[in-house]
Design a protein. Structure first.
Length: 61
């Protein structure tokens, strides 16, 4: 019983757990932003590619 009380009172691993939870929150938030912005990124990429193709096809001589 004394071992359980000492483990419960020991807070040496608390910082590690808090930093791990914070890191998980940052990773999940970043992933959510990336997936939600995927359509916008794809639109920007397509528009840029089309504009570059149109500029390439112009004859400026």
């Amino acid at each position: 019983m004394e071992i359980l009380r000492r483990c419960y009172a020991d807070e040496s691993g608390q910082d590690l757990i808090e930093y791990t939870l914070l890191l998980c929150f940052v990773v999940l938030t970043s992933a959510a932003l990336l997936f939600s912005g995927q359509a916008s990124i794809n639109t920007i990429w397509t528009t840029t590619n089309n504009n570059l193709s149109a500029a390439k096809s112009l004859d400026l001589r």
